[in-house]
Design a protein around this ligand. Structure first.
Ligand SMILES: O=C(O)CCC(=O)C(=O)O
Ligand SMILES: [Fe+2]
Length: 199
């Protein structure tokens, strides 16, 4: 194989990474129930389009609520950050600094076919690049139909576990989507960990 190294970097091994890592039991049922009750009691922001509005009108149809870091939510940040850093060390070793944006509580409703079309998690202006994304299934699988979270690294989409309490951690640049919810409601908790640009 032809290999011309960057000067001084000849010994850096090629490290591949899994397209995503799944797990469970970061939050208990009671904690997820309390979070849903608290967040759905607050006003939400309707999200109708993604950042590439020109290409895909109606890319996204969901309701979003930010969970700001405060004394009431600090433990959620702490638990997610611990999970993120352990799994990053095990599976990705990305250079990350922390969370540069609030936790995101997102709701997809069957009555309006809530969904989020294929996208990667790009970086918003003024923020450090997103490196890893994590999403937690807060709703019971039997409480909604559709709403599958799918990933596409190879051209063949794969579906994330739907079971309540499971999570998926993935590099933010991996394509993913949420299929339309056709009945009931799906809530998810999303976090991003940011860091310096890839180099
Ligand atoms: O609903 C999910 O699980 C993922 C949401 C998502 O991809 C996003 O907010 O960027
Ligand atoms: Fe996303």
């Amino acid at each position: 194989m032809f290999w011309y190294p960057v000067p001084g970097r000849a010994d850096v091994a090629h490290i591949d990474f899994p397209p995503y890592v799944t797990g469970r039991n970061v939050f208990t049922d009671a904690e997820m129930d309390a979070l849903i009750a608290r967040m759905t009691g607050q006003p939400g922001q309707e999200v109708r389009t993604g950042p590439d509005l020109q290409i895909r009108p109606e890319q996204n149809r969901s309701t979003a609520r930010h969970i700001l870091p405060d004394p009431e939510s600090g433990w959620i940040y702490h638990r997610i950050m611990t999970t993120l850093s352990v799994l990053n060390a095990q599976s990705y070793q990305f250079d990350v600094k922390g969370m540069d944006e609030p936790l995101y509580f997102v709701t997809y409703e069957g009555k309006r076919q809530g969904h989020y079309s294929w996208h990667y998690d790009g970086t918003a202006a003024g923020q450090a690049p997103r490196k890893l994304s994590i999403t937690f299934q807060l709703s019971r699988a039997e409480d909604y139909e559709g709403g599958e979270l799918e990933f596409n690294r190879t051209g063949e989409p794969t579906t994330a576990p739907k079971e309540r309490g499971t999570f998926v951690l993935f590099p933010s640049f991996i394509l993913h989507r949420v299929r339309p919810v056709t009945r009931g409601i799906r809530h998810a908790l999303v976090a991003w960990v940011n860091g310096p640009p890839f180099k």
